[in-house]
Design a protein around this ligand. Sequence first.
Ligand code: FMN
Length: 180
Amino acid sequence: MRELKLSRAFTLIESGPVILVTTHDGRKDNIMTISWTMVLDFTPAFAIATGEWNHSFAALRKNRECVIAVPTVDLLDKVVGIGTCSGADTDKFAKFRLTPVQGKVVRAPLIRQCLANIECKVVDIVKKHNIVVLQAVAASIDAARREKRTVHAVGDGTFIVDGRRIDRRKMMASKLPYGV
Ligand SMILES: Cc1cc2nc3c(=O)[nH]c(=O)nc-3n(C[C@H](O)[C@H](O)[C@H](O)COP(=O)(O)O)c2cc1C
């Protein structure tokens, strides 16, 4: 993994892939799957929709940090498995044979097998709508990884894999932040 400029971190999830969110509750690492995500700005800030029904939420609320790990299509069965069991009774790093890696800023671990990892601080929890607002503080990417296609949840148990990338950078130049 090499460091990724924080100013580019939003490009990892602007396209709306399913993500993994890791937490550390003071005793154990955990992972959950999240498809309800949103990029809020270029700083970059993000929002995820989750709440008390997930074991991870207590750690998010208590320690106010997490890692957004971006999985690729080869990890899809692990992604679904992680999202259908609970850290309350399962060590998901062991069960899904994933490698936790110490981040630069937060205690929650990066996931070695993922394409990229974004370390985040929890800056707000909008209880009424179960929205957790995150501020990215560091990012890293495995640029050498061959499989780079992310997956997008339809919401009915099916998924769409990334397809062709189309370049409209010139047309969008006035809307793109410097250096992206
Ligand atoms: C494809 C997929 C997408 C999911 N998206 C979300 C989501 O956006 N928000 C949420 O709260 N739970 C979502 N889940 C469910 C959680 O990942 C699931 O409840 C998980 O078991 C929580 O783990 P934990 O209890 O260890 O925190 C999703 C699950 C799957 C399989």
